[in-house]
Design a binder for this molecule. Structure first.
Ligand SMILES: [Cu+2]
Length: 230
């Protein structure tokens, strides 16, 4: 049986890695077949997998596709996988988060840049997926095929796997089509919530902190969080 999901690599080195990872003569034969997961002439969309500045993420984090469309994940930097939230996959034994009729997928962990994995979306609904090494560090993504539906649309996203920013809702993904990482919903004021700016400001935390506690009138720094310092 030929599975949906085609892995491709740029060189012999990573091909060996693939065989070592998955193993078996049958898989070897499958790997020798060119990427032809696309069916019915659907559009192919690309999602990058990245390690950058201590963050691990899929970009875009949210993507809307139509039935018959193919998503190709491309490893840009670091070691990552694209793996559906289904209990048959490694390091996840929680509830299924893809439509009941959909085939699960797992790219295996890529060891080199440029490696790709393709999956063609046939069933309508919401698909959540993760990176095996970085799931609990928030390297997760969501794809809506056609319209929202299935367990991922009905149940809360696991808090332990929360991405930087937040996981966009299925409805937002359909509205926007594609959402860059990190996804930060806008507030009524038209800007990201304060919590997000707190995170962004972390790099300049020292200067920001000194600024907030500097008392212009007295010319002193204070520590307003402590009782007795006012
Ligand atoms: Cu990863």
């Amino acid at each position: 049986m030929v599975q949906n999901g085609t892995k491709r690599s740029t060189g012999a080195r990573s091909r060996r890695g693939f065989l070592r990872t998955v193993g078996g003569v049958t898989v070897g034969a499958l790997a020798a077949t060119p990427a032809t997961a696309q069916s019915g002439g659907g559009t192919t969309h690309t999602i990058s997998m990245l390690t950058e500045g201590g963050s691990y993420y899929f970009d875009p984090i949210g993507l809307h596709v139509e039935p018959g469309d193919t998503v190709e994940w491309v490893n840009e930097s670091g070691q990552h996988s694209a793996t559906s939230y289904t209990s048959d996959n490694p390091r996840y034994d929680g509830d299924r988060r893809i439509p009941s009729g959909a085939e699960s997928w797992n790219s295996g962990v890529f060891e080199e840049s440029g490696a790709t994995f393709s999956y063609t979306f046939e069933e309508t609904g919401t698909y959540d997926y993760y990176c095996i090494p970085h799931r609990t560090l928030g390297m997760v993504g969501r794809i809506v095929c056609g319209s929202p539906g299935g367990p991922a649309a009905e149940n809360e996203f696991p808090e332990s796997d929360s991405p930087q920013g937040t996981m966009p809702s299925s409805e937002t993904i359909v509205e926007e089509g594609s959402l860059e990482w990190p996804y930060v919903p806008t507030t009524d004021h038209g800007g990201p919530p304060l919590l997000f700016w707190g995170g962004v400001g972390a790099l300049g935390a020292t200067s920001a902190y000194l600024f907030t506690v500097y008392d212009r009138a007295s010319g002193r720094y204070s520590t307003p969080d402590l009782p007795g310092n006012e």
